[in-house]
Structures are given as structure tokens and as C-alpha cells.
Design a protein around this ligand. Structure first.
Ligand SMILES: [Ca+2]
Length: 219
């Protein structure tokens, strides 16, 4: 019985840890549940979201989720950059629009990762580091992952599964993170499979606390 209780507790922890805050594969051919924050927005195309080809202004779409203020946030998405040097950035922000830039320009063989805090959804070149990413080429879908530790401000950026860059971000003055935004400019950029997951760190601690409580009750 004791083991059964422990097993149920562990399963509960695993389930909670895997729950995503936001997930969208655009397979329904719609991006109507995303908000246009700037520019003319993006369009649904097949089973991905694509930037309008004729737009010359920065265009931002965003989506809100249940706010988080602790633990590690993991954001993954697939992106195709069409061009040699194109602005394409993701941002995680609070309800006032303050937050963290995750990437800036990208092109054949490289991307800029890192950044600092942002007060809007547009592109900012400040504090971004250009890094080599040999697999990141025009027209090819690349999986991007960011891990942001809300306690320490450590930001890790992965491209194609490999760790590309670790940065330290000053999160002072930023409230609960509750919005993800994507900005692009010119040409066609493709966005797909956006998933935002809170890391199990805080969940696991909570779970272990519950487990200890259960054990104590059984004794
Ligand atoms: Ca899709």
C-alpha cells in the first residue's frame, strides 16, 4: 500500500511536470487564436504560420498563457528563415510587455541569441551575441529551444538539439511571464510547433514535499 501511494504520487508529479502552458501546431490551418501586436500579422499556410511575403514592417503575433514567476520555462518551436539575414525573434513578456528577448537576426549558418529585457515586441539588437549554427540554413526547418531560469536569469539557447549559448539575463522589475511573441520582417518566415513547458524543478520539489508528507502520515 505504501508503495502504491508513492507510485501514484510519482505519476501525479510526472503528469504535472509535462503539462504545457501553451501548445500550437497550426495544423488546423488557423492562427486566429494568436493576437496581432504589430504590423499586419502572420497568415496560416498549410500546417504552419507564415509571415506575409510583401510586408516590410516588423510584424508581431503573440499568445497569452497562465502566468509563471518561478522555475524554468522551456520554449520550443520550429522555424524556417527564408533569406540570408532576417530579423526573427521570440520574446517572453509579462502583462506590461516587459520581458526577455530570445533571439534576433538569423541567417545562413548563424543566429543571434541572448538579449536583455525588452519593453516592446519589436526587434532590438542590444545584448545579442552572434553565434555559429552550421545547420541553420535558409529554407530549412530548424528546431529551436530556450530554457529560461526565472530564479537566476540564466538563459540557454539550443538550435538543432545542441546548446549554442548561455546568457545571464537581468529579470529585475519583470512580473509573471504570461505571453510569448514572435516578430519577423520581410520575406517568408515559417513558424511551427510552438510549445511552452514549465520545468519540473519546482514541481518536483513540491512533489517530494507531498511524498514526505504521505510517508509521515503512514508512520
Ligand atoms: Ca504544423
Amino acid at each position: 500500500m505504501k508503495h502504491l501511494v508513492a507510485l501514484i504520487a510519482l505519476l501525479t508529479i510526472a503528469t504535472a511536470a509535462n503539462a504545457s502552458l501553451l501548445s500550437d501546431n497550426f495544423n488546423d490551418g488557423s492562427i486566429s487564436d494568436w493576437t496581432v501586436r504589430a504590423g499586419t500579422g502572420w497568415v496560416a499556410s498549410g500546417t504552419a504560420a507564415q509571415k506575409l511575403a510583401s510586408d516590410d514592417t516588423l510584424s508581431t503575433i503573440s499568445k497569452s498563457f497562465a502566468g509563471v514567476s518561478s522555475g524554468v520555462l522551456t520554449l520550443t518551436y520550429d522555424v524556417i528563415i527564408d533569406g540570408i539575414y532576417r530579423p526573427f525573434n521570440a520574446a517572453l513578456t509579462d502583462s506590461t510587455g516587459k520581458g526577455v528577448f530570445l533571439a534576433g537576426y538569423a541567417g545562413n549558418g548563424y543566429v543571434e541569441i541572448g538579449g536583455g529585457t525588452t519593453s516592446n515586441y519589436g526587434y532590438s539588437g542590444s545584448n545579442l551575441s552572434k553565434i555559429d549554427a552550421p545547420g541553420f540554413v535558409s529554407g530549412k526547418s530548424m528546431p529551436i529551444k530556450y530554457e529560461l531560469d526565472l530564479a537566476t536569469g540564466e538563459l540557454k539557447g539550443y538550435i538543432g538539439g545542441g546548446l549554442m549559448k548561455t546568457s545571464m539575463i537581468n529579470l529585475a522589475g519583470i512580473g509573471d511571464i504570461n505571453t510569448v511573441a514572435f516578430t519577423a520582417k520581410k520575406k517568408i518566415n515559417s513558424l511551427d510547433n510552438v510549445v511552452l513547458i514549465p520545468e519540473p524543478a519546482s514541481m518536483a520539489l513540491l512533489g517530494m514535499g507531498s511524498l514526505a508528507l504521505l510517508r509521515r502520515r503512514k508512520q
